[in-house]
Design a protein around this ligand. Structure first.
Ligand SMILES: Nc1ncnc2c1ncn2[C@@H]1O[C@H](COP(=O)(O)OP(=O)(O)OP(=O)(O)O)[C@@H](O)[C@H]1O
Ligand SMILES: [Mg+2]
Length: 117
């Protein structure tokens, strides 16, 4: 099992969510996070004043899938939906996952993350 974590722009939320659902990926966690990349934030106008903000609001998606093939599908969907070509489009990280448990049924691992019977 692989976890795909993607940190994207706030305004990419709906497009990324839609792209994952269109790719038949179910089981998605979304969080509002703050972060900075290599530019260490940006400047923005607050009531007419230029203010430097180190941390910028971002959206984090977390998806656990059963195989490398599904991870590549998720990555392709996210890359396409979150791309603008400008700095700050975001980043994708992958992790190996040890264990998954569906609390209701006690199913473990791949069975726990594929549609329930
Ligand atoms: N190395 C990292 N570790 C953890 N989180 C990161 C890392 N790099 C980026 N992030 C997260 O991803 C968000 C978006 O990063 P961003 O797209 O600005 O990356 P970048 O490396 O600066 O690329 P770009 O030049 O396209 O802006 C950051 O706000 C932060 O939340
Ligand atoms: Mg950046």
């Amino acid at each position: 099992m692989i976890k795909v974590e993607a940190i994207v722009r706030e305004d990419a939320l709906e497009d990324v969510k839609g792209a994952l659902l269109d790719a038949d990926i179910r089981g998605i966690t979304v969080s509002q996070v703050m972060g900075c990349g290599t530019q260490m934030g940006r400047t923005r106008l607050v009531r007419g004043n230029k203010v430097s903000t180190t941390m910028v609001p971002k959206i984090k998606f977390e998806i656990v899938v059963s195989s490398k093939r599904w991870a590549e599908r998720a990555i392709a969907a996210i890359r396409h939906a979150a791309y603008s070509g400008e700095p700050g489009d975001g980043k994708i990280f992958t992790y190996q996952i040890d264990r998954a448990i569906r609390i209701r049924t006690g199913e473990e691992d791949v069975e726990a993350i594929t549609p329930a019977s």
